[in-house]
Write a protein that binds this ligand. Sequence first.
Ligand code: ADP
Length: 160
Amino acid sequence: MARAIYPGSFDPVTKGHLDIIRRASKMFDNLTVAVLNNSDKSPLFSVDERVKMLKEVCADIPNVKVDTFSGLTIDYAKKCDTDVIIRGLRAITDFEYELQMAQTNRKLMPSVDTVFLTTSLEYAYLSSSIVREVASYGGDIHEFVTEGVAARMREKFSTN
Ligand code: ADP
């Protein structure tokens, strides 16, 4: 059974992430979207909030589940019994870092491969950090995230 994981911060999940999730879910029998619990970063949304939003936006995709992990992605991949890590590529700036990560992971665990999906052009500019910035100034984010996520962001910034 072909399985893959799609790891990331998803702070918050954007329409760009969702596009990658939908496309990857058609390529594999099972896809796990894995939220990295990274204690070094100070995220806008807690891991629980990010998982909740991901579960909502993926609710109509039956072969996708949402999980969390900490530590190395390849260790998590092994734990899930998968040899495929999905990553999205937007621009040349993503490429350098992603190539380095993929090659490091191959060194650490040669059986694990990274599969890159290139962004759909309409989302090529989109990142969670841009969405956070626009939302923090009260800008309109409905093109970038689903309505549920936009509502949570408005709530976050109205209480901050
Ligand atoms: P990280 O903090 O690990 O970069 P992100 O949550 O930002 O995690 O993104 C997870 C993955 O989704 C990364 O591979 C990233 O390149 C990809 N991604 C993010 N935004 C987009 C987008 N608009 N189009 C395609 N891929 C994207």
